[in-house]
Design a protein around this ligand. Sequence first.
Ligand SMILES: Nc1ncnc2c1ncn2[C@@H]1O[C@H](COP(=O)(O)OP(=O)(O)OP(=O)(O)O)[C@@H](O)[C@H]1O
Length: 445
Amino acid sequence: MARTNLRAFHHASSSLSLSSDKAAQSLLNKLIRSNLVNTTNQVEVLQRDPNSPLYSVKSFEELRLKPQLLQGVYAMGFNRPSKIQENALPMMLAEPPQNLIAQSQSGTGKTAAFVLAMLSHVDPSNKWPQCLCVSPTYELALQTGKVIEQMGQFYPEVKLMYAIRGNKLEKGLKLQEQIVIGTPGTVLDWCQKLKFIDPKKIKVFVLDEADVMIATQGHLDQSLRIQRMLPKSCQMLLFSATFEESVWNFAKRIVPDPNVIKLKREEETLDTIKQYYVVCNCKEEKFQALCNIYGAITIAQAMVFCHTRKTAGWLAGELSKEGHQVALLSGEMQVEQRAAVIDRFRNGKEKVLVTTNVCARGIDVEQVSVVINFDLPVDKDGNPDNETYLHRIGRTGRFGKRGLAINMVDSKFSMNILNRIQDHFDKKIERLDTDDLDEIEKIAN
Ligand SMILES: Nc1ncnc2c1ncn2[C@@H]1O[C@H](COP(=O)(O)OP(=O)(O)OP(=O)(O)O)[C@@H](O)[C@H]1O
């Protein structure tokens, strides 16, 4: 009964027509209100809460940024720095430059922090690459490049170049751009084989999403090879949302003599993201539960993670049949195609993005209010993949926004995985009955 109600409710909410079902209508109103909550106020409240990762005591002015950069920061709508920005920026801007290994929860402003550091260090009168930033994927390199462009919009003398697949330059060219952002393979080629960049002139080297980097075949090695070409005086900065031992060991090889900003395990998940699980028996039931949940939150965007391309393809098809606007992102697509899918999703052309693990890490889409783990993340040995879990749920709750993460459990095996994830982060994941309208109302509020 509740399920049919929710379906009716979903149709009412997509067309915003009057429903004869008063209860559903009142729920709809509440949900709309809750989603329209003024998130600016929420960020301001969090930035004054010492327990929040967004807390700061200083203003951007006190961080001694160049006026052009302050202008850029404010034009992006940032009022105050987050904790990681407040802590990392003074270390990154110190003279002489200091190396840094830094961890902060997803969506708390790491990218903005190191972008500000790079923009602060370049000398625009020197027409050669001085800052080198490597990202683990094509999409992330583009995304970070966009942040550099936006943040540096009032500093037009500083130029940026993308070292990514498909960006073919003339043989023998020497780059004049002061900042280069790219993926490890192309950056390495440009430094070594093609010599577009003189690595000895690099002053700042940033390695972003270190955990994702080392999870990708060949990237660890390529990053180390780039690092070895840089001068001893080059400032090395490494960022990651998670720091398992393997990431930590890699970080220490890349960054000599570092300052370290690290989180405690229980701080890794964000309190602003509420986590739930639902129990189902098969994928069809999971699909039904998803329809119920998604029906209740149509005005937000959702990301749904599946274990295989096959399931993702099937699920995207089923959701489309139900009338949802669905985007599908999967590993066999060309990188350019993937970037285009993410762009459409970011621009709100589709409301739900179904994907496998591929390239979902680090993607910053502000409006994602729900993440669904249609399949829980497991590694190749069938153990819980805690880092991937953290990255996935971190696609919502960006910079103080509220987010919902819902995990679908369909067997004893997946229940065990869920329990182990819960234990790992020492954070309770509550059970949710998706047939119960009241309960969904409660969590959405
Ligand atoms: N000081 C700030 N004030 C307001 N918004 C901010 C601030 N810093 C960053 N943001 C915004 O918060 C969002 C998340 O920031 P960012 O992508 O830098 O986080 P991140 O820590 O790098 O995330 P991830 O770990 O997922 O890569 C972005 O949309 C960014 O524009």
